[in-house]
Structure formats: C-alpha cells, structure tokens
Design a protein around this ligand. Structure first.
Ligand code: ADP
Ligand code: MG
Length: 257
C-alpha cells in the first residue's frame, strides 16, 4: 500500500478565539476527486489554505507522500505546533496548486505572462520553455487565443480558465479548487466545470469546494460535509448527497432542493 498523497492528522486552525478547524483527519489517495461541502463560514477555505500552507495550521500534521511538512516544536501559548521553513513552504505550494473563487490573476500581466510567471520565478524555467509550456496549458483550457490579452478584458469564465492554466503550469500533484464557479454569472459556470471535468477524467488528484451539487454528484469520488470544524458526514456522492444520515447534512442539502 503506497502512502496517501496527502494525509491530514488532527488538523486544527484558530484565528484568535475563533476555533475554525477542530480536528480534521483525511487521507487523499492519488486520483481522488474530493468534493467538500459546508455552510458559509464553516472553514472550507481555511482547510484548503492550510493544505498549501497559505494558512499555517495551529496544530496537527499534514504529510505529503508520507513525509510530514514542518518540524515539530513548541508553538505560541505552549501549544504543540510545528515550524516551517520558507523553502519547504514554497516546495509544498508548487506541489499543491490552488484555484481561487476570485481568480486572483495579475492584472498588469497578459494572460501568457500570468501563466509563465510561476514556471519562470519558482521552477526556474527559461522564458522560452515557460512560454511553450504556458501555451500548452492555455490550449488545454481553450484560452490560447487570448494569450496576449489582459485579464481585465476577459469574462469571469475566461479568467478562471486562465487561472486553472496558471495552476497547471506549476505541475502540481494535487489541485485545490475553492468555489471556482461561485463568482461567475450562471451562463459562465459550465465552461469552467467542463475544464475541471476534463482534469478529473485525466485522473488528477483534486479537492474541490463547491456548491455545484450536481457536478459533485457526477464527478467526485468522495464527498465530505464540514460542520463545526470537523467532517460531520463523509461517503460516496450517493451516500452523502442522496442518502444523508446526519441531521445537519440533511438540513444543509434541503437548501438546494
Ligand atoms: P468558508 O470558506 O467555509 O466560508 P472560511 O474558511 O472562509 O469559511 O472561514 C471560516 C471562519 O474563519 C470564519 O469565521 C472566518 O471569519 C474566519 N477566518 C477565515 N480566514 C480568517 C483570517 N485570515 N483571519 C481571521 N479569521 C479568519
Ligand atoms: Mg470559502
């Protein structure tokens, strides 16, 4: 049995008095497509941000390919916390790519420039190599024809597809999607979901926070419902979405019917 690509053990995250994540355990195997559901403010974004260390966990451990990130030590307030070097965090962020609700493209760079940036500055590719690679990724999301455009001239769906190309150009092992279609006009949602569906069918490992329950039902291998800082209910899409056992899950899903 190979080590899971990500193993989360007893993960906690606090913001001052706000104890957002209260003991998260999860194994992600290569090829898993995990949909994460939960009410607004339940900590879905915080969880994804902890996974690529844009937020530093307050407690617990994250392993990538069987190797724990960080060094154990004494954190603030005497709580057992780990310490992380900048080099280690940069390496983790390369391996665990993130796509945001608000795209977060660099407005002063062209589409091509946005996708080339990480490969040049982080991976150390030459500009020619990075350009060739960026164009391939842009083709994959159907955006190569806009390579020279600036993000401000694109629709939200187009911007999100560029953001996905940008994440892919870093050759991550795992992709995190944080409500990638939530800020899109309804008619633009499907072009982004189509790209994510194609990535899923390539066998990519992904964690997707979404309220697109139909998409989760068809494309997720597992569905996790987050409530009170823990996974309240988990299972196959059919189990969690069609036959939820917990009262909280049932209440949450009722809002979508
Ligand atoms: P979700 O994505 O499920 O809507 P979030 O992870 O964004 O939830 O937020 C969970 C809780 O953590 C909220 O109470 C939010 O206000 C708080 N929170 C998130 N990020 C920060 C931060 N950087 N500083 C302080 N509080 C935060
Ligand atoms: Mg969020």
């Amino acid at each position: 049995m190979t080590a899971p690509i990500i193993r989360i053990t007893a993960l906690e995250k606090r913001f001052a008095d706000n104890h957002v994540l209260r003991g998260i355990d999860l194994d992600v195997q290569k090829g898993d497509r995990i949909a994460i559901l939960g009410s607004s403010g339940s900590g879905k974004s915080t969880l994804l941000r902890c996974l690529n260390f844009m937020e530093i966990p307050s407690a617990g451990q994250i392993e990538l390919d069987g190797k724990a990130v960080g060094t154990p030590g004494k954190g603030p307030g005497g709580a057992l916390a780990r310490s992380y070097s900048q080099a280690e965090l940069a390496a983790v962020r390369q391996r665990v790519g993130m796509v945001f609700q608000q795209f977060n493209l660099f407005g002063h760079m062209t589409v091509l420039g946005n996708v080339m940036e990480g490969p040049v500055t982080v991976l150390g590719l030459s500009r020619e190599e990075a350009r060739a690679k960026a164009l391939l990724q842009l083709e994959k999301v159907g955006m190569a024809h806009k390579a020279d455009a600036y993000p401000g001239r694109l629709s939200g769906g187009q911007q999100q597809r560029v953001a996905i190309a940008r994440a892919l150009a870093m050759e991550p092992e795992v992709l995190l999607f944080d409500e990638p279609t939530s800020s899109l006009d309804p008619e633009l949602v499907s072009e982004v979901l189509t790209v994510i569906r194609d990535l899923a069918s390539e066998g990519r490992t992904m964690l997707l926070v979404t309220h697109e329950l139909g998409f989760a039902y068809h494309y997720a291998s597992r569905v996790l419902f987050l409530a009170d800082g823990q996974f309240y209910e988990t299972g196959t899409p059919d189990e969690v979405l069609k036959h939820p056992q917990g009262e909280r899950t049932q209440k949450f899903l009722e809002r979508f019917t």
